[in-house]
Design a protein around this ligand. Structure first.
Ligand SMILES: C[S@@+](CC[C@H](N)C(=O)[O-])C[C@H]1O[C@@H](n2cnc3c(N)ncnc32)[C@H](O)[C@@H]1O
Ligand SMILES: [Zn+2]
Length: 562
């Protein structure tokens, strides 16, 4: 035994020394925004593709904190007036403490950028569970000269947040940017944000949220996800209901100001307020979703509603009630098939458009400050145009594909909806989306009208009962397919960068830092990177390939599985 250890120790030591030397040698510099950080590759998590996420968060925080500061000062001035009236001398200067917690900080890049680029911030805490990450954060803070702004903390994010749940210790904003699912951090996060403060949450487990594993989605988010055409927006709405559910336990509730689906992840920005009375409105902001298994038609069933309850004193009074169910029959009226049930999802608006307008102005005026400004402007322009009161959407080629028809041009379909007197918009979450308040009957009538001039090959119908049923139904609406100028929204007409192709050859949520990842998993991740692009390239080079351009458009709609 002794001889082994004598022989082995120096070998191990040599190995460790070699590893350390290579780690030091591998340390590289990354410049993003006003920050320059140094990371030893693979030991601490850094994902360059998330620059858009960080840029957008800086813009949102800048506008939000400006509002927050103004309202804080207003309240303080009112209080000062009241005190003066009571003969008490108020404080001479008003200090606005603005604190941000980056609960899962990795390299510290985000915190450093917040410190350097977001005005009005007084203190940031950059926390991480990994000791190595905290060491890196400390080095980067010194390297960037922001020691006065950022404190580091080495703890489990939940433990740290629970220590800050008391009023005086709460943060103005908390940023949660985990690997995969953020739900384990929500209970502590919703308690540790100030009233009117901001919670910023990323989720990258899109496969779970988008219906690949509804059971797992229920375990993690308390909602059943559905594999549906509007899965990206449904993912946002599942996350929002999950945050609301956590907040309601503490008589708190959310106000979403911006909810974005981008690349392989979703990111929501929600204000947190307190008020047990307002929490009673939650059920009317949530819905179950019936999905027809034949035609994919989606029907929402709200969990709560309001009805008139006039009194002499208050004729406009309303009261909450339970809505009548179900909203669909046993069989779908469009295709005669049955339904799946998903949800609950957040069915109230997912953005605050007044905030989005100001945010867009801010980014346009400061575009030189953001590496991804063009894309932010493109995405926000679409968000601005989205129909706010219409949850979820159709995907145009899936609609026509369902009945084996050639796809109608987007502008013609949008025109037909407008001609019938309804509203239509895109969703920022999908290039081929159709968001509309028109009933599904109208959409199928448009498709049936299109079929008259673009007839289906009869052999396609023989084995497809749903398609046969849909196309055999009588057209009940007057359909006018004449194209109109207002069917083309400004964001599309102005050529805004609304969707982008993979920004780098190896992109995605990124792997956990190597200290947490087994070699097998890393190997699999590397093998799977850009799997879809590789497949697509193979297809494009094969003689069977057709309609390549249209397939390319789907890149933006893809779900990248972690
Ligand atoms: C996706 S990275 C964060 C990226 C970072 N926000 C950025 O913008 O570059 C997730 C980080 O969370 C840390 N982490 C994982 N579980 C944690 C926990 N329970 N508490 C605190 N940090 C945790 C990991 O060590 C990792 O550094
Ligand atoms: Zn159906």
């Amino acid at each position: 035994m002794k001889s082994y250890s004598v022989r082995l120790i120096p070998v191990c030591l040599k190995k460790i020394m070699k590893m350390n030397a290579s780690v030091i040698a591998e340390k590289k510099s990354i410049i993003e925004g006003q920050a320059e950080i140094r990371v030893s590759s693979q030991k601490v998590f850094y994902n360059p593709v998330q620059e858009f996420n960080r840029d957008l968060s800086i813009a949102v925080l800048s506008v939000f904190l400006d509002d927050f500061k103004k309202s804080f000062i207003e309240k303080a001035q009112k209080k000062a007036k009241r005190l003066t009236a009571e003969g008490i001398e108020p404080e001479k200067t008003i200090e606005v403490p603005i604190t941000i917690l980056e609960a899962l900080s990795a390299t510290g890049l985000r915190s450093i950028r917040y410190a350097k680029e977001v005005p009005n911030v007084t203190k940031i805490i950059a926390n991480d569970l990994s000791e190595q990450a905290v060491e890196t954060i400390k080095e980067n803070i010194v390297y960037n000269g922001v020691e006065n702004f950022i404190d580091t903390n080495h703890d489990d994010a939940c433990m740290l947040m629970y220590k800050h749940k008391f009023h005086s210790k709460r943060f103005t904003a908390i940023d949660l940017d985990p690997y995969g699912c953020p739900s384990i951090f929500l209970d502590s996060a919703v308690q540790s944000v100030q009233d009117g403060g901001l919670l910023l949450v990323t989720a990258t487990d899109m496969a779970v949220l988008a219906g690949n594993s509804p059971e797992t989605c229920y375990c993690k988010y308390g909602a059943v996800s559905l594999k549906t055409r509007s899965c990206h927006e449904m993912a946002l709405r599942i996350l929002l209901q999950c945050i609301e559910h956590h907040a309601n336990r503490y008589s708190r509730f959310i106000e979403p100001i911006l909810s974005i689906s981008a690349d392989f992840y979703i990111r929501v920005f929600v204000k947190i307020h307190s008020g047990a009375f307002h929490c009673k409105k939650t059920t009317s902001k949530l819905s179950m979703v019936y999905q027809c298994v034949g035609c994919d038609n989606l029907t929402l069933q709200p969990l709560g509603a309001f009805k008139a309850n006039p009194t002499e004193k208050n004729p406009g009074q309303i009261k909450s009630c339970l809505p009548l169910v179900p909203p669909v029959g046993e069989f779908c009226v469009h295709c005669n098939h049955r339904h799946h049930l998903g949800g609950p999802i957040w069915s109230a608006p997912i953005h605050n458009i007044e905030f989005v307008n100001r945010l867009l102005n801010h980014v346009e005026e400061n575009s030189h400050k953001f590496g991804t400004a063009k894309r932010i402007i493109g995405v926000l322009s679409m968000v601005q145009e989205e129909l706010q009161d219409v949850p979820l959407y159709y995907i145009v080629d899936k609609l026509f594909g369902r009945v084996h028809l050639e796809t109608m041009p987007m502008l013609q379909l949008r025109s037909a909806i407008l001609n019938a007197g309804y509203q239509v918009s895109f969703s920022h979450a999908s290039k081929l989306s159709i968001k509309t308040n028109a009933p599904a009957q109208l959409i199928w009538d448009i498709i049936r009208t299109w079929e008259k001039t673009h007839p289906i090959k009869q052999n396609k119908l023989e084995t497809d009962e749903a398609a046969k049923y849909i196309l055999s139904q009588e057209i009940k609406n007057n359909i006018d397919l004449t194209e109109r100028a207002d069917a083309n929204p400004n964001s599309r007409r102005n050529g805004a960068l609304r969707f982008q192709f993979n920004p780098t050859p190896y992109w995605g949520p990124g792997s956990r830092a190597s200290i947490n990842v087994s070699e097998g998993k890393m190997h699999k991740a590397a093998k799977n990177q850009n799997k879809k692009r590789k497949k697509q390239e193979k297809r494009e080079h094969s003689p069977q390939s057709d309609n390549v351009e249209r397939k390319k458009q789907h890149v933006s709609d893809k779900i990248t599985v972690e």
